[in-house]
Design a protein around this ligand. Sequence first.
Ligand code: TYD
Length: 207
Amino acid sequence: MTKGLFISFEGIDGVGKSTQLDLLVRYFEELGRTVCRTLEPGGTDLGREIRELLLHRKGEVAPRAEALLFAADRAHHVAILVRPALERGEVVITDRYLDSSVAYQGSGRDLGFDQVRDLSLFAVDGLLPDLTVLLDLDAEKAAARRSNTGAEPDRLERAKTEFFETARKSYLDMAAAEPSRWLVLDAEQSVETMQAKIRERVQGLLG
Ligand code: TYD
């Protein structure tokens, strides 16, 4: 049976993850692979309820409660959707995974990099992606891209530029510490250039 492949996309809000993700899904479909395209938070029915609480509920969410809600979403997502799809030999591509929690809650909210990483690994019982693509962009430029879409910012997106700059740095530190899992791309490059680099890296994983 074909081996499953697990790929996550990461980056601060506004860097253009979904465009790259769409193109990569198309690439695998053209290769004849079954793709499970998913996201966090909100990749399952339960997750969609948690997503509402995290992003759209009025009022404060304490930082540790926020971290635990993301972890709960992820635990369910991995158990119900991600692991079964990988066991069927599918390609799972997720818009955000546990590195988002390390960057946003661990570093951005200052809950501690190691603690949030440990909590996240507990949630997923140690499952790490084969490849994590980081789209890297300066926080000011990412904010400008977000405001260009005209969409109403959610609770997380209302955070200050400093929060996103801290999260960005945390991502870059993780990528530097584990280069075999990460691909870092400058998100100011063209859509085509970034996609070509992603596909080149993916080809190496397909063997
Ligand atoms: P979403 O609308 O999916 O944003 P994006 O399109 O940028 O991925 O909202 C997810 C928000 O939740 C985003 O601001 C990042 C944040 N987040 C965390 O803070 N921690 C996490 O573990 C995850 C998965 C997301």
